[in-house]
Design a protein around this ligand. Structure first.
Ligand code: NOJ
Length: 754
């Protein structure tokens, strides 16, 4: 009797333990029932994503979308929003399709939907994970109120080449920081529960290595060792997946000679089997059909390759609906593979609650109260303030004294569109207050001087960028005349503020540049202003690290404001006049010249490390090896002093932990924020190790004269890396622990792992 009881209890326990939680079981049952009713073509239809318009990217447009929707051949659409439009489309589904499966509505909500925040590279410069998560939450709230379910973000590609236009959409060059930002964004968008109507589904992109395009030319070939992939480029994607990202987008490039969209090792072995990803994989725009250009085969072959590799959804190519039915019938693709892909997409729709409410989150009231609401605009200003980086400030040129005569000169002083930056989704630049507007409203009684000084772009770029509709305005005045007017204006001032940089579309997708300095016409203006002998502040608006050697040598103060978003103008004015103190730090190295690229802080030492004393070392003979501004660098209107690094113990055991502590003192005369950075160097390894790697950071606020201890906990986890067998291990030996205000810090202590 006792034995029977034990067996019964064990059996009950086994069923309970293997039984899926009821929510998941309900979903499985619902989807199984639904899929039973679906034809093969309808199941494949779910794998088809079409574009309704040509917003952020291109070049191909989808045709006859509504008919295909009615025929059950579409699973989702993008480049499409507003409550009414989305409601109408879902109505078509509910009234005119056989199975009434709601559409997934996606969009490139990259740094805001209608309220635009600073570009991602600028947001990264805040090093403020709480703020970034809060922004992602606010973005989800606004986008979902406008009918969207899905954003093609975060973009977590590591990049070390500022010529690549898409640096503006990334968090920069660092693996550790990039991973932290990736997690914060996924958490913010999805909040661990897509059934909440104010969330949106994230899509990690571009899987993988898109940021390593040769020569920085967008869409170009990538070739990289597995060791480098695992240690430096893959962790942010993995971090986002582990943080719960529900979808992932393939990249345009190849990996080990196989396009990412058809790469089985990448999409199945690594993503699903090693990382346990259970969301769905979408191709980037026409990357399935582009596999023909890569030379991977004909239409049928590349379709077969991509689905068999692990791709679930096709974006715009329409190869799935055109080729898959025949491939399944011919036995080249298993029906079970199609079913698995279709199921993953339906699961996403189920988790979003679309089967219970196809109009999820859409109501005119919500749109009215949430879109561009005051709290979101305030958040966008806060983010702008925190993302601005002070690169140089000789003799306290900044902050400005408003009682002085100040000349604001440059094509960006009154430019609205540039503030939003590229990838600004549904942001309306006509609602943006320029820097000039912000000056006028804050200092109504001041008479600031103004001159345009130069055109925003010149020569070859004019053809591409002159677009009145989009705010890139070129007038008929010759460059010489503009400069003469500017010099005349500058002569009347005590100080000049030159507002220069890049038009919004000089960075972002398909915007790679070989010259990443100021354009010649803007440089000529700056040189003419310099000749007046007046002090000059250079305010930069741009989407990438630029080469600023001449500017650094000749200009008194340089403020990197990036493309700061809807409230950027006001934030810049607050910083210029000292109502806010700059605290951002760059997350990509600024080279002295484009010839130094790739240049990044966590490079290897090499067998002949750079030395000024020897000719035969890693270097150029015509330029210094060092960057102009290193990773992690940024100034404040106050100064911070660091004490030596104190370790709680000089040795660390396999399971132990040590603390590394510094005392930081604000030695200046005003409150400031400092981003304290922890770097580690592994001195000897079974593979060569970088000269330094970021392993932690903390942001602190200190009043004038205040000191604070900052402590980092170091466990063997922070000392680990992928070895030649691609195993994640730490190796006993000596490590240097650095704590400082940027990646060039030499403030360090030695730690031994035993
Ligand atoms: C191409 C871009 O590479 C990708 O980032 C974007 O999400 C898609 N187009 C959709 O617009």
């Amino acid at each position: 009797m006792k034995r029977i009881l034990i067996v019964l209890i064990a059996a009950a326990c086994l069923t309970a333990c293997t039984k899926k939680p009821s929510k998941e079981a309900d979903m499985d049952k619902f989807i199984t029932d639904l899929m039973r009713q679906m034809t093969l073509e309808e199941r494949i239809g779910q794998m088809n994503l079409l574009t309704m318009w040509f917003d952020v990217t291109g070049p191909r447009m989808s045709k006859g979308v509504e008919k295909k929707v009615r025929d059950g051949l579409v699973g989702g659409v993008f480049n499409f929003w507003t409550p009414n439009a989305v409601r109408k489309l879902q109505d078509t589904i509910l009234t005119q399709t056989r199975l009434k499966i709601p559409l997934l509505v996606g969009y490139d909500v990259i740094h805001g939907h209608r309220t635009i925040y600073p570009i991602p590279l600028a947001l990264a410069s805040t090093w403020d994970m709480e703020l970034i998560e809060q922004i992602a939450t606010a973005v989800a709230d606004e986008a979902s109120a406008d009918g969207l379910h899905w954003t093609f973000s975060p973009m977590v590609d590591i990049v070390r080449d500022p010529r690549w236009g898409r640096v503006s959409d990334t968090a920069g060059e660092d693996t550790f920081l990039g991973s932290e930002i990736a997690k914060a964004m996924v958490r913010g968008y999805e909040q661990g529960d897509l059934s909440k109507q104010n969330t949106i589904m994230s899509c990690v992109k571009h899987f993988a290595l898109y940021g390593a395009a040769e020569g920085g030319r967008d869409y170009n070939t990538v070739d990289m060792s597995r060791i480098r992939m695992y240690n430096e480029y893959l962790p942010p994607y993995e971090a986002a997946v582990r943080a719960g990202a529900s979808s992932i987008m393939t990249s345009f490039n190849e990996i080990d000679g196989v396009p990412a969209t058809g790469n089985r090792w990448l999409l199945t072995d690594l993503l699903r089997e090693q990382w346990g990803f259970d969301g769905f994989v979408v191709a980037d725009y026409t990357s399935v059909s582009e596999m023909e250009n890569h030379g991977s085969g004909d239409k049928a072959k590349v379709t077969e390759m991509s689905i068999n590799a692990g791709l679930d959804m096709d974006m715009v190519s329409e190869y799935m609906i055109e080729e898959l039915p025949a491939l399944v019938r011919a036995g080249r693709v298993k029906e079970s593979t199609v079913n698995a892909a279709c199921r993953r997409i339906l699961e996403a729709k189920y988790k979003l609650g679309l089967f219970t409410d196809p109009y999820r989150g859409v109501s005119d009231e919500r749109a009215k109260s949430q879109i561009m609401s005051e709290d979101k605009l305030a958040l966008s200003k806060e983010a702008a303030l925190k993302s601005i980086v002070l690169l140089k400030n000789n003799r306290k040129t900044l902050p400005l004294d408003a009682s002085k005569k100040i000349a604001f000169i440059g094509p960006l002083v009154k430019n609205q569109r540039t503030l939003l930056g590229s990838s600004a989704a549904a942001g309306n630049w006509k609602q943006v207050k320029t820097l000039w507007d912000a000056l006028e409203s804050k200092y109504a009684n001041n008479k600031f001087l103004y001159a345009q000084g130069s055109h925003l772009v010149e020569n070859k770029l004019i053809q591409r960028m002159t677009d009145q509709q989009n705010g890139n305005v070129i007038d008929d005045r010759p460059a010489k005349q503009l400069i003469a007017e500017a010099v005349q204006t500058a002569e009347k001032a005590d100080i000049i503020v030159a507002v220069l940089g890049e038009a919004y579309d000089m960075s972002g997708e398909a915007a790679s540049m070989s010259n990443i300095g100021l354009l010649d016409n803007q440089k000529a203006l700056l040189k003419a202003l310099k000749d007046t002998g007046k002090p000059i502040v250079l305010v930069l608006m741009n989407g990438r690290p630029m080469t600023l050697q001449w500017e650094n040598d000749n200009i008194d103060a340089i403020l990197e404001t990036w493309h700061t978003g809807t409230r950027g103008g006001e934030a810049i004015v607050d910083i210029l006049f000292g109502d806010a103190n700059p605290s951002g730090k760059i997350t990509m190295t600024f080279p002295r010249s484009a010839g130094q690229i790739p240049i990044y802080y966590n490079h290897k030492n090499s067998g002949r490390p750079f030395s000024n004393d020897s000719k035969f070392t890693v270097k150029y003979i015509d330029i210094d090896n060092s960057p102009l501004y290193p990773f992690g660098y940024g100034l404040s209107y106050t100064q911070f002093e660091y004490s030596d690094v104190q370790l709680s113990d000089s040795t660390l055991t396999g399971k132990g932990a040590v603390t590394a502590t510094v005392t930081i003192t604000n030695t200046g005369d005003r409150t400031g924020e400092e981003i304290v950075q922890l770097y580690i160097r592994d001195l000897v390894g079974s593979i060569t190790r970088p000269v330094k790697e970021l392993k932690g950071f903390q942001k602190i606020t200190l009043n004038a004269g205040e000191s604070r201890e900052v402590t980092f906990h170091i466990t063997p986890e922070a000392l680990k890396f992928y070895n030649t067998d691609l195993k994640w291990i730490s190796e006993p030996g000596d490590f240097l622990i650095f704590i400082g205000g940027n990646s060039e810090t030499n403030n360090r202590a030695k730690l031994t792992l035993i």
